[in-house]
Design a protein around this ligand. Structure first.
Ligand SMILES: [Zn+2]
Length: 236
């Protein structure tokens, strides 16, 4: 099992690690800051430094046993020590968008009774789908305004874990209908926006809603009677 450094510090962009296993041109590390993807957030990019050489990491995935694999496109040896470097502008953009998605899904639920059915986070534009009966295009400005009010309040965002039993007693922590959050060693990760929301999530987020920046709906599509799709952009 790989130690997930991105869960203890989402702002960590440099780290040292040891290669614990090799599978073709992918390597598992004993610890990593590379997010393997999940919950709508794509995996990280970056490179592994080995001696004087920088080896690009082109994909990252987590296996069922919690090992995190980095595709490097060349052979590394088990036991090698590497210096990991995260592509920070890309990751930070994803963290801002990920924080935004928490604010959006909470406002959509509290204000309009929306239930999230899918999310795809991007560094420039994120897509979020809701089952949202009775929501029409003329309500988009109201949604946008309420989301930006939360952003501007600069609320702290923090993560913690709770036991699986407590998690089952708090169904409001689950937001996505078709994807349950991962349970790791009997614990579920909870991301809290103080004074606003808490939900189960295994991704990486900014530390304050202020860091998200101004948000706008770039596009709104009706996908059938009750299914609505929103594309959100952030100003730099
Ligand atoms: Zn999240």
């Amino acid at each position: 099992m790989t130690e997930a450094l991105y869960h203890t510090d989402a702002y960590l962009r440099l780290f040292e690690a040891r290669v614990t296993a090799v599978d073709g041109q992918a390597v598992a590390l004993d610890r990593t800051a590379f997010y393997p993807g999940g919950g709508g957030q794509p995996c990280d990019r970056g490179h592994l430094g080995l001696g004087g050489e920088a080896v690009a990491v082109t994909a990252v995935r987590e296996d069922d046993a919690g090992g995190i694999w980095h595709r490097v496109g060349r052979d590394l040896g088990a036991g090698d020590t590497v210096r990991g470097v995260i592509d920070w502008p890309y990751r930070h953009a994803l963290m801002r968008h990920h924080g935004l998605m928490h604010v959006v899904n909470t406002v959509a639920r509290d204000r309009y009774g929306g239930v999230i059915t899918g999310v795809q986070i991007g560094p420039d534009r994120s897509r979020i789908d809701f089952r949202l009966a009775g929501f029409s295009r003329d309500r988009v400005p109201d949604l946008e305004r309420r989301v930006n009010e939360v952003v501007e309040r600069g609320l702290p965002v923090r993560s913690s874990t709770i036991g699986e039993e407590e998690f089952r007693r708090r169904p409001e922590l689950v937001r996505t209908l078709n994807v349950l959050p991962p349970v790791v060693e009997g614990r579920v990760r909870i991301v809290t926006i103080e004074g606003f929301d808490a939900q189960a999530c295994g991704g990486t987020h900014v530390h304050s809603t202020a860091e998200i920046g101004r948000a706008q709906v770039a596009r709104f599509d009706n996908k059938g009677k009750d299914n609505k799709r929103f594309y959100w952009d952030l100003s730099a």
